[in-house]
Design a protein around this ligand. Structure first.
Ligand code: GLY
Length: 397
């Protein structure tokens, strides 16, 4: 069956989602809270950490270290080959190689570790922690990080699953690259030049479908694969933990942006952007558009805002506002920015804030996972109504 531009737009971006597109009336009815005061101990993470919170919470309430608890949560998706946003099975770079980024901060000792663009090592978060514990450095990248990992006993593994390899092949055979105008460029509209006409669109979809079949992508996975190729996803997990003594830690890990230029490093391994913990104040982390978050040093900005007395919610909203300011409030461009912050203050106050309610081709709103004796998901408090759109902007109605 042919996939029309109209069908794809509707199924991928609108039809399956309960959320609205930018500018339209809000349709989401999920129970929203996304900010409040937790009991101690407490552990928070991005929604993909939800099923790993129990074990971490048990560790934390049994007197375990806060960073050990946070690492336990993020290790879950890193080990899961079906989570295409981190660790094993993460989307590869444009050469078909998985490159991982991660960082961690240990509040009680005020220490940090980080790795960027590291290959063949599944648990980048644990490697970041090993950099923290066993070097005089804070950040290792690329080949050096990999060699260090092997020396420390980490197994070298092929992180490309058959599924992610086939999706990469589909991208390689059908798509353009990252070279050229970015969202920040004055020439960003040149990215709109493709697919403005239905015929061109139809031709492209038919070709992708044919190639997906030839590559051996199972029928039921073809639409997801095509979506990932057209709209390269980022996916990440952040986790912060606070124990009854008031000790806190945080970590963030990711495979970064799908099909990225080799060596591209996002916000996740950048201490101050993807994660920041200050034992006197709180811990924060981010998922979403790494490039945008780096420019506002998101996690650090949040912590400094709270140090000056802001609540987690206000601290996060102020930081999102800085991203908005970088585009002079231009929603035509901001609709392509997806950003979520997860924030925990030393007294147990927490918040999740997002620029938009959800992300283009996902059907659920942005959420925070929390465990403070009661495990739950709460919807992030969003600055704008509607969902962000995936970059690049191929669809022009
Ligand atoms: N936030 C993940 C990345 O942009 O790499």
């Amino acid at each position: 069956m042919a996939i029309s531009r109209r069908d794809f737009v509707h199924s991928a971006l609108l039809g399956a989602a309960s959320l609205s597109v930018p500018g339209s009336a809000k349709a989401d009815t999920a129970p929203a809270r996304g900010s409040g005061k937790a009991k101690l101990p407490v552990i928070i993470s991005a929604a993909n950490g939800f099923k790993y919170l129990d074990e971490a919470y048990t560790l934390l309430s049994g007197g375990g270290d806060t960073l050990d608890a946070a690492l336990k949560v993020v290790q879950g998706p890193e080990d899961d080959p079906n989570d295409e946003s981190v660790g094993l099975g993460g989307h590869p770079n444009e050469e078909g190689v998985v490159e991982l980024d991660a960082c961690c901060m240990h509040g009680p000792t005020r220490t940090a570790g980080s790795v960027g663009a590291v290959r063949n090592i599944k648990n980048a978060s644990l490697l970041a922690n090993t950099v923290r514990l066993h070097t005089g450095h804070v950040m290792l990248v690329g080949e050096g990080a990999e060699k260090f990992a092997v020396a420390q006993g980490f197994p070298r593994e092929n992180l490309l699953t058959d599924k992610s390899r086939k999706e990469w092949l589909l991208w390689k055979e059908t798509h353009s690259d990252w070279w050229g105008a970015s969202l920040s460029s004055p020439d960003w509209r040149t990215r709109l030049r493709v697919h403005a006409h239905t015929d061109e669109w139809q031709e492209r979809m038919d070709r992708m479908k044919t190639i997906a079949v030839a590559i051996g992508i199972p029928r039921e996975e073809q639409m997801d694969a095509i979506r990932s190729v057209i709209f390269p996803p980022t996916g990440t997990i952040h986790c912060s933990a606070l124990n009854a003594k008031g000790e806190m830690s945080g970590c963030t890990t990711t495979s970064g942006l799908a099909w990225k230029i080799p060596g591209r490093v996002g916000d996740s391994p950048i201490i101050s952007a993807g994660c920041y913990t200050d034992q006197d104040v709180g811990s924060a982390g981010a998922t979403g558009s790494g490039e945008e978050n780096i420019k506002v040093a998101g996690a650090h900005t949040i912590i400094e805002n709270m140090r000056r007395g802001m609540s987690p919610l206000d601290a996060g909203m102020d930081t999102l506002q800085r991203i908005v300011h970088n585009y002079n409030g231009d929603k035509e461009r901001l609709q392509y920015v997806d950003m979520v912050y997860y924030i925990l203050k030393k007294d147990g106050a927490y918040a999740a804030v997002s620029l938009w309610e959800g992300y283009g081709d996902d059907t659920s709103p942005h959420r925070i996972a929390i465990h403070d004796g009661t495990k739950r998901l709460e919807t992030a408090v969003s600055m704008f109504r509607g969902v962000s759109q995936a970059w690049p902007p191929l669809f022009k109605s």
